[in-house]
Design a protein around this ligand. Sequence first.
Ligand SMILES: *[C@@H]1O[C@H](CO)[C@@H](O)[C@H](O)[C@H]1NC(C)=O
Ligand SMILES: *[C@@H]1O[C@H](CO)[C@@H](O)[C@H](O)[C@H]1NC(C)=O
Ligand SMILES: *[C@@H]1O[C@H](CO)[C@@H](O)[C@H](O)[C@H]1NC(C)=O
Length: 361
Amino acid sequence: MMICCLQTLLLLGAQLLLSLAAPTLPNNFFYHDYLKGNGNKEIHFSGVKLHVDSAQPSVFAVRGGNATMPCRFWYEPELSSPRGVRVKWSWRPAAGGHETDVLVAVGLRSRSFGAFRGRVQLRQDSPGDAALVMSNLLLNDTGSYHCEVVDGLEDRSTSVNLELRGVVFPYQHPGGHYHLSFPGAQRACEEQDSTLATFTQLFQSWKEGLNWCNAGWLADGTVQYPITRPRVPCGGHAVTPGVRSYGRRHLHLHRYDVFCFSSSLRGEVYYLQPSHKMNLTEAQQACQEDGAEIAKVGQLYAAWKLTGLDHCDAGWLSDGSVRYPITKPRIHCGPSEPGVRSFGFPPPQHKHGVYCYKSGG
Ligand SMILES: *[C@@H]1O[C@H](CO)[C@@H](O)[C@H](O)[C@H]1NC(C)=O
Ligand SMILES: *[C@@H]1O[C@H](CO)[C@@H](O)[C@H](O)[C@H]1NC(C)=O
Ligand SMILES: *[C@@H]1O[C@H](CO)[C@@H](O)[C@H](O)[C@H]1NC(C)=O
């Protein structure tokens, strides 16, 4: 008994000497990993645990708006004095692809990268606050944001998903059905003020009732289509509803339609019909004379979905298609569900009204 305790005391003394003598790390603590495999959100050094957590798994925002991605770190037990940490935010795009750096901060100094430069900052409202504040959100900012806190040798991290509220719409090239390669699909969406939809966005639209029998490209290079009401030309009645996938297709050789995604607009979409109906050229001019531009397909869909635009007159759009938006279905205004009705791409000399887009602010 005596010997055992003496040995322990000697051992403790030796450890004390050792820790006093040990070279300390730049931030002045002696790191010791007491618990191995103790989950990935806490580490232990000198008996103090670092925790990193996000209050929400997902944040929802709109294009052009702001978003705050929560991330907080703290120690257990609490530290008597604050310690310098390094916070790093990175992003894995919803469209797939490499993780890229968003922002790195040490103390009050921070640096942002690439397309995030000037649009992101660390909140630092209170000790341990490492929330990322993003402004002027772009359609393609969606994905998983990773908050990593580094203290000395170890780091802990958490992730937050950014989703935008918006609308998915199927788009066909003016040249016809199944005309678009993957790069062509990207361009087609951009030309219509939108971006390629992600699988999450298409899946959400399917849950909201999107039923479309033509396969289209998604941002990850797969080709899929959403079916809520199985019918014969769409694989038959025997197949269950769902998002059907053709999987990954060759980005350049294979051709399909596309699913595009658009979110809120700064400006306004409206129907314009001067004293008479117009061909496509006259329609473009009429919008310009009204201080606006002929609306893009993504703008019409966004106005329909997000601001409830409802107008039972067919009008020209910038791609040469003719459509009209219905939120309150009624007779002589198409099918019994809300939707953007399309007449396809009529000859440009045909006469219609026009939908214009006036940018706000
Ligand atoms: C976004 O935040 C900035 C300040 O960071 C503010 O000026 C702007 O009004 C905000 N925009 C929206 C849409 O809330
Ligand atoms: C995201 O969209 C912006 C404009 O909408 C564009 O300039 C940028 O290249 C896009 N980024 C990626 C990674 O596609
Ligand atoms: C539209 O009508 C104008 C005459 O008002 C004509 O000059 C123009 O060529 C027409 N455009 C098309 C695409 O038919």
